[in-house]
Design a protein around this ligand. Sequence first.
Ligand code: UDP
Length: 334
Amino acid sequence: MRFLVIGGAGYIGSHFVREALRQGHSCDIYDNLSRGHRQSIPEGVRLIEADLLDQERLQAAFAEQPSYDAVFHFAAFALVGESVAQPDLYYRNNTEGVRVLLDVLRDRAPETVLVFSSTCAVFGEPEKLPIAEGDRKQPISPYGRSKLMAEWMMEDYARAYGLKTLALRYFNACGADASGDIGEDHEPETHLIPNVLRLSLAGKPLTIFGRDFTTKDGTCVRDYIHVTDLADAHIRAANYLIAAPKGTFDAIHLGTGEGYSNLDIVKAAGDVLGRSLPYTFGERRAGDPPGLYADNRKAKSLLGFQTRYSDLSTILKSALAWHKHRPDGYRTQR
Ligand code: UDP
């Protein structure tokens, strides 16, 4: 198939591109490189360096023939704390960006299906665990709201204009491509797995945020899914949508269904590194719900979703290989 990958130079988008190429599909990347990395783009893959809000440029991408079979949206900002401080960034890039994309699809490429990166942050503090697709949504950050608003627009445009759209709600994306060439590189890095690995390589202790949550050991519980498993699920999602009737909108959870606490992650990282890792406890981080893990039965039944790389050991080993290869991320010269 022929794919347009918006945000294809970012962390999850770049892993999607690698996996799609391995599975024999062709990809064009549409990215403004504001947070993505040019070095993550494989040789021979075309980059359209442009902003999603540039409607004319996006229209021009869809004017080419043959048109794309599917478009993937990985181009959102995704830091909860930043979204609280600068909600304008989030409503413009994440919400308005999707509206522009939907208008372009309606006008220029109504046959092209849309697979959208959404998030379990649309639930806020979930009413129950594991979280199922239909559970009550009460996002508590501008980030979660910006994504839920995008989902609503996708649903409304599907119904009104016959588009086919799917929101994939991720849990905690992590790990790195088996090639070792690409991986996680955010500035600043706020995520647990890259932080625990990078700090331990630098001989520094991790700060665990909070120790008095209502969980088995007092630290937060999350559902960690390897980016390559996420990538494979996106290709399945495109196939599912292509076979679906016009006007389809759906939302599907992508997680393993297993919850691990922050202390579990520190212990598993120590096992991979062959030593116990130092840590201290700090204050709770604002907005962190105690537990988040997925009910993934819908992904299994509708997409045939399966995980191949999402056991903690494979996640941590793949991420470690990347951090060792490029200790300063893409800034490390090769
Ligand atoms: N966390 C931590 N120390 C860090 C980074 C993260 O204790 O240096 C905790 C964070 O408070 C949360 C969990 O690790 O409980 C997962 O956080 P992450 O930012 O990786 O993902 P999130 O679930 O917030 O999307």
